[in-house]
Write a protein that binds this ligand. Structure first.
Ligand code: ZN
Length: 316
């Protein structure tokens, strides 16, 4: 479950990519990126950038000893799961002081939630903060490229992405003081007390990692799957800490026959066309904690939809 989470313990975003100040030239140029500034809750050098996924490697350090703004590039060592895609990510971080960057080495690897560097104001920033830019995919070229406004923007194999499309909020880790109007998705929600079951009505209903068709679809549920709805968000029903289905396709009316749902327990669970059949690539493999329907069980295999089977030991 290599979910990409917000990398700071107290989120206090002081400028987004939408603001009209120094970031505007990033987002109106070509190519563009989507920077945010976060001062970690208060003025002063009080917050760390923590590794936001299972592992990230230092790819490049720029600007130490010069008057220009220092920049650090980190790349995930494996694909990560975000609300909108599953891929490698590369993150560019600005303003970290020379002394902090001198402790880092190219190729050094950090693991989830490990502190990487403290916020700074190198490059004449008005106060200590991180300037954070996320790119989908791997580090490309020199890691950045000049846009049509003469601004250096991130250069990755999959292009720049908005922070709220990349980071989940792990609310056991991050407290939101100010998100500056950006709508981040939580990875966890409190458990509900009462059983509130619904049944799916679409022939095959996508499970997505956020309340919209722009979010990553990770699995499908066959018609008449029994699910528990935690909350409704606009036209979306949240069925677990991170999974949503379109609410138009759920009903409280119990069908004459329905399928129970379970959750996957392997980090990435292969889906096969039949018991021990071909490994499928569409909406597969399933990340840990994915909801699956149980249509049939046969010889240690579980049918989760038409022509989709998983190994039964990894669902419970
Ligand atoms: Zn900035």
């Amino acid at each position: 479950m290599n979910y990409l989470i917000y990398p700071i313990k107290i989120m206090n975003i002081t400028q987004t990519y939408k603001n009209d100040f120094s970031h505007s030239r990033h987002t109106v140029g070509t190519p563009k990126d989507y920077p945010i500034d976060d001062n970690c809750g208060a003025t002063g050098p009080n917050g760390y950038f923590y590794c936001p996924c299972d592992a990230m490697t230092v790819k490049k350090i720029y600007g130490v000893g010069s008057s220009s703004s220092n920049v650090l590039w980190l790349e995930s060592t494996t694909p990560v799961i975000t609300p909108t895609f599953t891929d490698y990510v590369t993150i560019m971080i600005g303003h970290i002081e020379d002394a902090e960057l001198n402790k880092l080495k190219i190729g050094q690897t950090f693991t989830r939630k490990e502190p990487i560097a403290i916020e700074g104001k190198d490059g004449f920033a008005t106060g200590e903060h991180f300037h954070i830019v996320v790119g989908r995919g791997k580090f490309r070229g020199s890691g950045w490229v000049k846009n049509t406004n003469d601004i250096w923007v991130i250069n990755t194999t999959g292009g720049s992405v908005k922070p709220e499309d990349a980071f989940f909020i792990d609310n056991t880790f991050t407290t939101i003081k100010n998100s500056a109007g950006l709508n981040f998705l939580d990875l966890y929600i409190p458990d509900i007390e009462e059983d509130d079951y619904y049944y799916t009505t679409a022939e095959s209903l996508n499970i997505r990692l956020g309340p919209g068709t722009n979010y990553n679809a990770i699995n499908t549920l066959p018609k008449n799957s029994r699910i528990k709805v935690r909350e409704f968000v606009n036209n979306w029903a949240r069925i677990t800490d991170k999974e949503y289905v379109a609410s138009n396709y759920v009903t409280k009316k119990e069908p004459s026959k329905y399928y129970e749902t379970k959750s996957t327990t392997a980090d990435f669970l292969n889906v096969r066309s039949k018991p021990a059949g071909t490994i499928l690539k569409v909406k597969a493999p399933l990340p840990k904690g994915t909801t699956v329907a149980v249509m049939e069980e046969k010889n240690g295999w579980t049918k989760i939809n038409t022509n989709r089977w998983v190994y039964s030991s990894y669902v419970k």
